[in-house]
Ligand binder design. Sequence first.
Ligand SMILES: [Zn+2]
Length: 84
Amino acid sequence: MEEIVRSIVTILMRGTEYQTFCKCAQCEMDIIALSLNTLPAHYVTTEQGRNSVFERMNSRENLEWINKRIIQSIHVIGKYPHRN
Ligand SMILES: [Zn+2]
């Protein structure tokens, strides 16, 4: 889950839609952390386990749901930037 969230946050923050939001490393980390706190962790111990979880999570429906959570986090952090 962390890998997926990191890559989606990076893509979103590079896009034009979130140009007005702070993109410093601190805020990006805060967005990732806040998103992960609202999403199931899906920890795995093997490469095989990672692949099967990734396949299940990589559905369009699931990615849309993860996206929504991340966008919420971007707005929350955007209101209170550079905080821990
Ligand atoms: Zn910032």
